[in-house]
Write a protein that binds this ligand. Structure first.
Ligand code: HEC
Ligand code: HEC
Length: 218
């Protein structure tokens, strides 16, 4: 009898094993690495249009949702690399320390001996993989975003003491028209651009301000 029990258990284990295998196979089949699922897994490439938030009838909740969408850009490595916590920019999608270890300097343009413009020229230089802009420089320490939550970034971009003394209209203009911000969508060969377009990002910012510029809770 004991033997029988053992056999049955073994058989059951066998069945369980087969079921587990089948389940795994089913999951694997579902996760076929089609281009679609791969894109969904990597960071966002697109931005939702403002109209797609119309269904959120509570204005405060809609404003917060709009900011969450803006965060896909604000927290993208193309922006964050220039808004570090500390005196050094970071590089690449992994936001590694900048090589060489340059410093902000007094005005963001680097130390007198090694200004950013030594390497970063007026435009991207793709043969050497060096991004460029006429005013390439590091954001001031009061505008540090790395390591901050969405709520913290939201509070500080609205704070005139920390945002370059901009009111909300000027903030919208900066986000939607500033060409250094715009660089993030034309970052040069081999660099992932920020999601969507600068115009779409500007539309989200405008709608966020119009709904009260609410910040996420956490
Ligand atoms: C000695 C040359 C050199 C100097 C000086 C220099 N950089 Fe760079 N920087 C580079 C190169 C090369 C890259 C591209 C590295 C890569 O993408 O792998 C780069 C990339 C960057 C990036 C990353 C862009 C991104 O999102 O991929 C930022 C931000 C940056 N530099 C900021 C600065 C700032 C700010 C200064 C001045 C304080 C500065 N750099 C000074 C050579 C330099
Ligand atoms: C090459 C470096 C660089 C890149 C890239 C960059 N910024 Fe900045 N950012 C700066 C500097 C420098 C300032 C300060 C200049 C000023 O206030 O006009 C600044 C200021 C700002 C400000 C106003 C102050 C604040 O933090 O509240 C906002 C908002 C901003 N950047 C948004 C962005 C966004 C969004 C992106 C990416 C789409 C971005 N930046 C990419 C350098 C950069």
């Amino acid at each position: 009898m004991a033997d029988d029990g053992c056999t049955r258990r073994a058989a059951l284990k066998g069945v369980a094993g087969i079921l587990a295998l089948a389940a795994t196979a089913a999951i694997l089949a579902l996760e076929q690495p089609s281009a679609q699922t791969q894109r969904a897994a990597s960071p966002a490439r697109e931005l939702r249009p403002v109209t797609s938030f119309a269904g959120i009838t509570n204005q405060r909740a809609r404003s917060m949702a709009l900011f969450e969408e803006m965060s896909k850009v604000l927290r993208h490595p193309r922006c964050m690399n220039c808004h570090p916590a500390g005196d050094h920019p970071t590089q690449t999608d992994a936001m590694r320390p900048h090589q060489p270890l340059v410093v902000r300097g007094t005005d963001g343009h680097g130390a007198p001996g090694l200004p950013c413009a030594t390497c970063h020229h007026a435009a991207n230089f793709d043969p050497a993989g060096i991004p460029g802009h006429a005013n390439w420089r590091l954001a001031p320490a009061s505008m540090a975003w790395q390591g901050r939550s969405g709520a913290q970034i939201c509070a500080q971009i609205k704070d005139r003491a920390r945002n370059g003394n901009r009111d909300l209209a000027e903030l919208i203009r900066h986000l939607s028209e500033d060409s250094l911000v715009g660089w993030a969508w034309s970052p040069g060969l081999g660099r992932t651009p920020a999601p969507g377009t600068q115009a779409q990002f500007g539309d989200l910012a405008k709608a966020w301000v119009e709904t009260g510029a609410q910040c996420p809770r956490a």
